[in-house]
Ligand binder design. Structure first.
Ligand code: F6P
Ligand code: MG
Length: 441
């Protein structure tokens, strides 16, 4: 975008972008290859020799990809036809057009980090769809499911909390309702620590009961616009005419524990009548290891429903009913797995932009969404969030994210320097979080 700062990139040796391309991404590829290996006999049982051949093919394509990356080869176009192939290849040409004549082709370490990282996950998908009959295999499914199972205790605690809350909700006064809203927002924020790409796909489950840790974690919220969210939704509730709607859209991030925290929040929004409809957005293809696909969404609700724990199972039943009644709506759109920053959404995916405009509030979960909201650029820490959004204002919105990339805007003067001095990894460790709002107050 003209007038915006440069993109984060692997060119900056030692930066998190550089370390991601150098170490984290090859690690993720190696784990994907191992996963395919481990499913060898399953593929054979299902498809016979063809399954074995497909597994070999997918592995060789992924090994080739890892080699291209590690030797900083040019980024090559996609060959396999898929719904987004043309848009992707056009984007590759666009990246080429940004280079000078003697720069050659875009390469892994010399291109914008956001672009090459998205490209890597899209290439994994290409390797899989080029390998029928295992072309619907999700190499990350196992780790997403493991994260869910390993977080069982916390999930039970959360579901129990929600059910107790819902039972008593009519007796809560406005202040108590606000406190509960803030509590569930924070749970959803810290749920974002459970992303599997930061741990190279290794489990990063939630073992402690997060509800008891909220007070302790509060000082780690660097930007806290929760009050704005409350005012907005409480105002909608008070002024809403009978039969009209308040719609909250949640752009989901990771499956497993984080998704449970988002669904708990979504349930509360309906039960408290702060909203009357929730729309969720997930990924069309496996993405950044743990991101939610429609399969993960349905799988998780089914797991919650079939739990032996009374309150957990009750949550699953309620959630399924919300979907049946159209109070919860799931959407997917290829835009979410393109490399584009959100400020171009209205041109690249006008239908999606128009859909988001119907929301009273949009919650963007997670780090990757933040990078796309702000264009993954080297903004000054004190630049207003509104400015970094670069014209992306479909509706009032809020980023709910733990910091896992070297980008943060909207801080107070001196705030960044203070963290930098004591904790060199403050931007990337996932320890800190934000609720950053943009919209009319
Ligand atoms: O690897 C890039 C990155 O944005 C990390 O910084 C982060 O660990 C991960 O991807 C995704 O995080 P999230 O699941 O919160 O979007
Ligand atoms: Mg994610």
């Amino acid at each position: 975008m003209a007038g915006s700062p440069a993109s984060l990139s692997g060119q900056d040796v030692g930066s998190f972008a550089y370390l991601t391309i150098k170490d984290r991404i090859p690690q993720i590829l190696t784990r994907a290859i191992d996963t395919l290996h481990r499913h060898k006999s399953e593929f054979f049982e299902k498809h016979g020799e063809k399954g074995t051949e497909a597994e070999k093919k997918a592995i060789s394509l992924l090994s080739k990809l890892r080699n291209e990356l590690q030797t900083d080869k040019p980024i090559i176009p996609f060959v396999e036809k898929f719904v987004d192939t043309d848009i992707w290849n056009q984007y590759l040409e666009y990246q080429q057009s940004l280079l000078n004549e003697n720069d050659g082709k875009p390469r892994w370490f010399y291109s914008p980090w956001l672009f090459v990282e998205c490209y890597m996950y899209r290439r994994i998908h290409e390797a899989i769809i080029q390998s029928p009959p295992i072309d619907d295999f999700d190499v990350f499914k196992e780790s997403k499911e493991q994260n869910f199972f390993e977080s069982q205790e916390s999930i039970v605690a959360l579901c129990t909390h929600l059910q107790e809350l819902v039972t008593a909700i009519k007796d809560l006064d406005e202040n108590q309702l606000k406190d509960e809203f803030f509590r569930l927002l924070q749970i959803s924020l810290w749920g974002n620590k459970c992303d599997l790409s930061l741990s190279g796909g290794e489990t990063s489950s939630q073992k402690i009961n997060i509800i008891n840790s909220l007070e302790e974690l509060k000082p780690l919220i660097l930007v806290n616009d929760m009050e704005h969210l409350w005012s907005l939704l409480n105002n909608c509730k008070k002024t809403r005419e009978k039969a009209s709607i308040t719609r909250v859209d949640i752009v989901l991030d990771n499956s497993g524990f984080e998704l449970v925290t988002d669904l708990v929040l979504a349930d509360f929004l309906l039960s408290s009548q702060l909203a009357t409809e929730i729309h969720f957005y997930g990924k069309t293809i496996p993405w950044f290891v743990s991101d939610t696909t429609i399969h993960d969404f349905n799988w998780l609700i089914e797991q919650v429903k079939s739990s032996n724990h009374k309150w957990m199972s009750r949550c699953g039943v309620d959630w399924e009913n919300y979907i049946k009644m159209g109070k919860w709506v799931y959407h997917d759109h290829i835009f979410w797995t393109l490399p584009h920053e959100f400020c171009v959404m209205s041109q690249v995916a006008p239908d999606l932009y128009a859909e988001l405009q119907k929301a009273h509030l949009i919650l963007f979960k997670g780090d990757l969404n933040y990078r796309k909201l702000t264009g993954d650029r080297k903004w000054e820490f004190t630049i207003p969030f509104h400015q970094a959004l670069n014209g992306f204002h479909p509706a009032p919105l809020c980023s709910i994210r733990t910091l896992k990339a070297e980008i943060q805007v909207g801080l107070q003067p001196g705030q960044a320097e203070q963290y930098m001095a004591s904790e060199p990894n403050w931007l990337t460790s996932g320890k800190y979080g934000i609720f950053q709002f943009d919209g009319p107050l």
